[in-house]
Each structure stands twice: as structure tokens, then as C-alpha cells.
Design a protein around this ligand. Structure first.
Ligand SMILES: [Zn+2]
Length: 82
């Protein structure tokens, strides 16, 4: 039976694909890496912070650093030196 499933590839791309329930992996829509089906209930939560997905963790850390930098810039622009 075909259903819409969530997939995540080794780069951390998330996407949905209409596929057979028996199909656990598909090529990523964005980079062609192998993407694994995410079980959104009854299964383990794939948290990037857990370290199970090093590339996803690195990406998450980079995004976080960029966000912190952006917030610092915003804060500074409102400071007395602006
Ligand atoms: Zn990908």
C-alpha cells in the first residue's frame, strides 16, 4: 500500500515521498544520497543533537552559530556604538 512518508538523507535533508510501506530507503530528492524513512510514531526520535547523524549534527551546529552571530549583530546595532 502506498502512503506519504517522511524521509531524511545522510545530509539531513527532509522530504516527503509517496511510496510503498515496505520501502525503507529512497534516493534523496535534493542530493541523491540514501534517505531513510522516518517513523514519526512508535519509533525512536531522530534527534540531530544525539550524535547519531554526525553530518546533521554539524549542520545543526553551523546553523546555530549563524543564528547566534546574527542575534549578536542585531543586539550590537541597538547598542551605544551603533
Ligand atoms: Zn539529501
Amino acid at each position: 500500500m502506498k502512503k506519504l512518508y517522511d524521509f531524511r538523507c545522510s545530509c539531513g535533508h527532509l522530504f516527503e515521498k509517496f511510496t510503498e510501506s515496505t520501502q525503507r530507503t529512497v534516493p534523496c530528492n535534493l542530493c541523491d544520497e540514501v534517505a531513510t524513512r522516518i517513523v514519526s510514531y512508535g519509533g525512536p526520535v531522530l534527534d540531530p543533537i544525539s550524535g547519531d547523524f554526525p553530518s546533521a549534527t554539524r549542520r545543526w551546529a553551523l546553523n546555530r552559530q549563524e543564528k547566534i552571530k546574527a542575534e549578536r549583530r542585531t543586539t550590537q546595532s541597538h547598542g551605544p556604538d551603533a
